[in-house]
Ligand binder design. Structure first.
Ligand code: ZN
Length: 655
């Protein structure tokens, strides 16, 4: 296939370079007489031109295919003047090539410098564009061969650190940053009609003093047979080398599927919540009993507005006990719930303090975040102070409030609202002592670290969105909008890839926030397909929030998720495993003595017949957990072919 953008002599030269380096191994001479250097592993051969700025060849040695038709820059510094850049490439024993880039300010004035690194342009084997696909693991993921031009900041929008390009017959290549310090960066990928992909990582500009050298986070390139799963597996192997939760992950939290949000006060069109201000009486446990009957069980109760009082506002004071008739009645409700097997979490806000709170009066102005225009943030109106997560006193204040509610109310954990997205509040307040603008993902980590340190190890900590990979170590779990934000054009099964990349982190999908779920059966099916928890908000007494059909489906999925909870909280999970039907998707969850597959039929045709071809273990029996009946499998040696019935748009479950 000819790439019309590049002149012909370039293509010839690139191919000559690959050929020359193959012959001459480490040092060679290309057709244009520039010195070449080839870095080689059993998986990959990267040929660099003389000054090491460009790749003139990229070969996947596993499939014996060439992935560059023309030279590609490996990085770009902007603006380029007044700097020197040095790229080092080294082969790794695991088959990857590691790249390190250092950019030095060689001018005699401070310079603001940005860099794209790593960078690969024109990646493909030149064959049919329809067979060239990519995995761009943004929140919700884009895994497709459709043309795309996409950028996502490393944040809740793009929490992982790799991208993959593969061809149906030729295997693929991936790039991965290996950044444990949450440097600000943006992942991007472009595929137009031609059979090639450009992808890279833009690092936010930073100021370099004269002579200052900036060592960018290292990156690796890899090559593989098969599809993007190899890149996900490589990413997971890298994560395993450093990942260490700040507090042990709790098995019971991993087994929460029906996650119920409750209110003590008027909310969502209801004149009252669980608290009766006249009688100073609480009926939280009673409400949860009704919920459990409606949804087939409630595994966790999250109390949204426990801190709200008329005198001190919704959030920030965190001392509502006098208004609630003392802490004892609240503790009694918590004890009742726990006795019934339902742990309880308390809501706190990470970015807001009500102006009525004492601390807002004392520190509001000092802690307030400022926009790029130097104005106070006011996303949710002027009734709040927006404290900056960099401010040490605010970190300590929030950490102390989290610890206090766990101790006083004996709840099982705390939630910090608005954290995890990592992009909505860059702070420009120069009095705070952080860089301007602040690096929000890193400042949130500082805040969460303080909170985690204040909490007993047995308490859970969770946030509104799944933050970047390194930050998830500070959490037990998070809410996420991954399914709500997935685009069916490039993710027909709405898989939440992060849930499979970091499986010990518990996730609860929010489909619609503060609006009725209604009869969105498809959302409930998608959550089940991903083996995740569902965030349940809204009154049972107003039918549009949870019509009967959606309640029945939630109860049905809950029963199966709970029955096979050992599989759904397992670390041995693989998303989107092969099936025998186009449009039929399957995820695999492996427990000690069983394997569970969830299935989703994204096509318009019913699946009826042999649907999955799986590894067979002697003595294994096959069970259709969705319909509650045994299924027969056609066994041949170590394979079992299983027939299933899945209507269009529906899910199933094989155990
Ligand atoms: Zn600030």
């Amino acid at each position: 296939m000819i790439d019309a953008r590049e002149p012909r002599r370039f293509r010839v030269r690139a191919m000559a370079a690959v050929f020359a380096s193959a012959l001459l191994s480490f040092r060679g001479v290309s057709a244009d007489r520039a010195p070449q250097r080839s870095v080689e592993t059993p998986a990959l051969r990267l040929v660099l031109d003389g000054d090491g700025r460009r790749a003139t060849g990229l070969a996947n040695r596993r499939t014996n295919t060439a992935w560059l038709r023309a030279p590609s820059p490996l990085f770009r510094v902007s603006p380029p003047g007044g700097t020197a850049a040095k790229l080092r490439a080294e082969p790794l024993a695991n088959g990857q090539v590691r790249l390190r880039l250092t950019v030095t300010n060689t001018s005699d004035a401070p310079r603001k410098v940005g860099a794209t690194f790593p960078l690969l342009e024109g990646i493909g084997t030149g064959k049919d564009a329809n067979d060239l696909a990519y995995c761009f693991p943004k929140s919700g993921a884009a895994v497709s061969s459709q043309p795309i031009d996409i950028r996502r900041r490393y944040s809740g929008l793009f929490p992982l650190q790799f991208m993959d390009v593969w061809h149906r017959r030729d295997g693929g290549v991936y790039l991965m940053t290996q950044d444990l310090e949450a440097h600000p960066k943006t992942f991007w990928l472009r595929k137009a009609q031609r059979p090639a992909v450009d992808f890279g990582v833009d690092h936010a500009p930073r100021m370099l003093t004269p002579g200052e050298a900036w060592a960018l986070p290292p990156a690796v390139l890899g090559a593989h047979e098969g599809d993007w799963h190899a890149a996900l597996a490589a990413y997971r192997r890298w994560v395993a080398t450093w990942y260490e939760p700040a507090a042990p992950r709790k098995r019971w939290f991993g087994e929460v599927f029906n996650f119920r949000q409750e209110f003590l006060h008027p909310n969502l069109g209801l004149p009252h919540g669980a608290f009766d201000p006249k009688a100073k009486a609480l009926r939280l446990a009673e409400m949860v009993r009704d919920d459990a009957a409606a949804f087939g069980g409630v595994d966790f109760v999250h109390v949204f507005d426990w801190s709200h009082t008329p005198a001190h506002g919704r959030v920030g004071q965190y001392d509502p006990w006098a208004y609630l008739g003392g802490v004892r009645p609240f503790r009694r409700e918590v004890a009742k719930l726990r006795a019934a097997g339902t742990p309880v979490g308390a809501y706190l806000e990470g970015y807001l303090i009500s102006r009525e709170a004492d601390v807002a009066k004392r520190h509001g102005e000092e802690w307030q975040m400022l926009t790029a225009e130097g104005k106070p943030y006011a996303r949710f109106g002027p009734g709040y102070v927006y404290p900056c997560p960099h401010v040490p006193e605010w970190r300590e204040y929030l950490a102390a409030a989290c610890e206090r509610v766990c101790r006083q109310a004996d709840v099982d954990g705390v939630y910090v609202d608005e954290l995890g997205f990592g992009y909505q509040y860059a702070c420009h307040n120069t009095a705070h002592g952080h860089e301007v603008p602040s690096v929000q993902v890193r400042e949130e980590m500082g805040l969460l670290r303080a909170v985690r340190r204040s909490l007993p190890a047995g308490k859970v900590l969770y946030t509104e969105e799944t933050p970047v990979d390194v930050a998830t170590q500070l959490l037990d779990g998070s809410f996420t909008y991954a399914i709500a934000g997935a685009d069916r054009r490039n993710n027909p099964a709405r898989v939440n890839l992060t849930r499979f990349a970091l499986p010990s982190l518990k996730t609860f999908e929010i489909i619609r926030c503060d609006r009725p779920l209604g009869n969105d059966l498809d959302a409930v099916r998608s959550i089940f397909f991903n083996g995740e928890g569902i965030w349940l908000e809204g009154p049972l007494s107003i039918e549009k929030w949870f019509p009967p059909e959606v309640r029945r489906l939630i109860a049905r999925t809950h029963r199966i998720l709970r029955e096979h909870r050992d599989a759904f909280r397992s670390n041995d999970v693989v998303p989107l495993v092969p099936t025998l039907y186009p449009g039929l998707y399957a995820n695999r969850f492996v427990a000690r003595d069983k394997v569970v597959w969830t299935l989703y039929n994204a096509s318009r045709e019913a699946v009826c017949g042999e649907a999955l071809d799986v590894r067979h273990v002697a003595g294994a029996a096959y069970f259709d957990a969705w319909n509650g009946r045994a299924v027969t499998a056609r066994i041949r040696n170590d394979r079992a072919v299983v027939a299933l019935m899945v209507p269009p748009g529906d899910v199933s479950c094989l155990v």
